[in-house]
Design a protein around this ligand. Structure first.
Ligand SMILES: O=C(O)CCC(=O)C(=O)O
Ligand SMILES: [Mn+2]
Length: 181
């Protein structure tokens, strides 16, 4: 995706999808997550303790999903959108290891707008190489997390003191059909 196109898509998605702030419970205290969140697709997903029942993607999101699916040769039924308004917005260390994603999920992450630093590190500290690594993601970058990545690594989008513009991240996920009893 071209740089300019990524900023245009960010503007369109802000209008087409419904972004809100959502609470999270941390150390027994309820607080707002430091970013705006929206989601779309066909399958429910329980994320941070909330069941997210999606609506059909709007035109721009539907188009982006088709492009990502064509590129990877696989399909996704849930898209989580995280809007980082400025350097104070962030996402803490986590792995996307909910059971409904299956044990070795492929998650495609598309970053639109201003580049931000994405970090990851090994979960266990047995190995010397557990210091965090990072990469700048924005302006149409597509990152694929697959294989044992969620099992072995934590990832995050830390705050920054630098002046940065808006960044919108889309994660395309495949929710597995619930097992029949
Ligand atoms: O904004 C990012 O690049 C990370 C998003 C993420 O990890 C998530 O939605 O689970
Ligand atoms: Mn994640």
């Amino acid at each position: 995706m071209l740089r300019d196109e990524s900023y245009r898509a960010l503007d369109k998605l802000k209008n087409e999808e419904s972004f809100s702030s959502y609470p999270i419970r941390l150390f027994g205290r309820e607080m707002l997550q430091p970013r705006l969140i929206a989601w779309a697709g066909e399958a429910d997903y329980t994320y941070s303790g909330h069941v997210m029942t999606p609506q059909a993607p709007g035109e721009c999101l539907g188009d982006l999903r088709r492009r990502v699916e064509c590129h990877l040769g696989m399909s996704f039924n849930h898209i989580l959108l995280n809007l980082y308004r400025d350097g104070n917005d962030s996402m803490g260390q986590h792995s996307d290891d909910e059971p409904e994603l299956g044990s070795r999920p492929t998650i495609a992450s598309l970053s639109l707008g201003a580049p931000r630093r994405f970090t990851w590190k090994r979960k266990s500290s047995e190995r010397k190489s557990s210091k965090p690594r990072s990469i700048e993601l924005g302006e149409g970058d597509l990152l694929i997390m697959s294989g044992n990545f969620q099992m072995n690594y934590l990832h995050a989008l830390p705050k920054t003191r630098r002046f940065v513009g808006e960044r919108l991240n889309l994660t395309f996920r495949r929710i597995q059909a619930p097992k029949l009893q």
